[in-house]
Ligand binder design. Structure first.
Ligand SMILES: *Cc1c(COP(=O)(O)O)cnc(C)c1O
Length: 371
């Protein structure tokens, strides 16, 4: 059996950029939280995506949590959240004792459906914030979504954990809303092993987020706290990895795009195969290559066949309104996201894959249509 092929795994630069920055931290004994790498990583990421300010945090989940606090979301407040996402989008709503209302996807984007969002505003006009996700690096329909949210004067948080390096109409995803968040978890397009970033053009709010993330220490010689604090700051060692990874972001996007286009070329003609939608306004980062199956080959058959060949694959996210923990909350929409979950599958999209690896995946898959 061949070596394991992963869905998406850490991929450090060939040039060793990450080690240089980490070594700098060691050489200057700057292992403690904060330091040059943290400050520079914030500046470099903000410049990369075109945002005024950024706060480096310990996870993307923590970044969503503090974005909700910055948006003033508290006990009993309603937050609209896409149903088709990873639970990390929704969990921080519960940390704030707020109430999620889950919004369906549309076929056109796989992301938040603007019509379902409108309907949600009619049903729950007291909403405090909207979280938008760019799933698998595909951008949501931001013009329509922002127009609706601005009309209702509500804060927008963009969960761009999966879409760093992707654009909507030439602008980086994560920079349309009041707050954007990115993740550097081990499976994301670039990684620090674990970490996150909050970006915003509101520099005051970003300072506030840094303050909350370091236990809300007031300016005083003694330890003084006027607000609840969190230990959510990124460490200076981890930020060094991030600075190195940021240098190869474009390369990773290019490889992910090649992987997607290879799969598409090889598989598109097969019965019941339809790839994730790439709209004209969308320049995705292709974090994961995903497709829908509507013929006799089912996602389960495909995942089983790949696993036998030591190749990792996954179903599309199971919608939040179908999760035992979240099913008690309200949902607006039809069955689009449920169908995407039942018919969708994510193919290995690891940037370390060789041409041989890609052929191994394709040969295994094509075999299923010959049975
Ligand atoms: C990975 C991910 C997160 C969470 O990021 P962490 O850094 O792992 O906390 C949030 N939302 C989505 C959509 C993700 O894929």
């Amino acid at each position: 059996m061949g070596d394991r092929i992963f869905l998406s795994s850490p991929h450090m630069s060939d040039e060793g950029y990450e080690m240089q920055y980490v070594k700098e931290a060691f050489d200057t004994n700057w292992i403690a939280p904060l330091g040059t790498n943290v400050n520079e990583f914030e500046k470099e990421l903000a410049a990369k995506v075109g945002s005024k300010a950024a706060a480096a945090l310990s996870s993307g989940t923590g970044a969503i949590h503090l974005a909700l606090r910055a948006a003033g979301v508290g006990e009993g407040d309603i937050v609209f959240c896409p149903t088709l996402t990873f639970s990390a989008t929704a969990n921080p709503i519960i940390y704030q004792n707020a109430v999620p209302v889950f919004i369906d996807s549309n076929e056109e984007t796989w992301n938040m459906c603007p019509e379902a969002l409108e309907e949600a505003f009619e049903k729950y006009p007291a909403v405090k914030a909207v979280i938008v996700v760019h799933l698998y690096g595909l951008s949501a329909d931001m013009d329509k979504i922002m127009e609706i949210c601005r009309k209702h004067n509500v804060a927008v948080i963009e969960d761009a954990a999966e879409s760093l390096g992707g654009y909507y109409k030439g602008q980086h995803t994560g920079t349309f809303g009041d707050y954007g968040i990115f993740s550097f978890n081990g499976n994301k397009i670039i990684t620090t092993s674990g970490g996150g970033m909050l970006v915003s053009n509101n520099e005051e709010k970003v300072s506030k987020v840094r303050f909350w993330a370091t236990q809300s220490r007031d300016q005083a010689r003694h330890y003084q706290h006027s607000e609840l604090g969190f230990n959510y700051r990124m460490s200076n060692v981890v930020a060094g990895i991030g600075r190195g990874q940021l240098k190869v972001l474009e390369k990773r996007v290019e490889k992910k795009k090649n992987i997607f286009e290879f799969y598409k070329r090889e598989l598109e003609g097969l019965d019941g195969v339809e790839f994730m939608p790439v709209n004209d306004w969308d320049k995705p980062n292709y974090w994961l290559s995903a497709m829908k199956l509507s013929g006799t080959v089912r996602p389960f058959d495909l995942m089983e066949a790949l696993e036998k060949e030591n190749i990792e694959s996954r179903p599309v996210w199971k919608p939040m309104h179908m999760q035992p923990f979240f099913e008690k909350y309200n949902f607006v929409g039809t069955d689009v996201s449920e169908k995407l979950f039942r018919n969708g599958v994510c193919l290995p999209s690891d940037t370390k894959m060789t041409d041989e690896d890609l052929k191994r995946v394709i040969n295994t898959l094509k075999g299923l249509w010959l049975r």
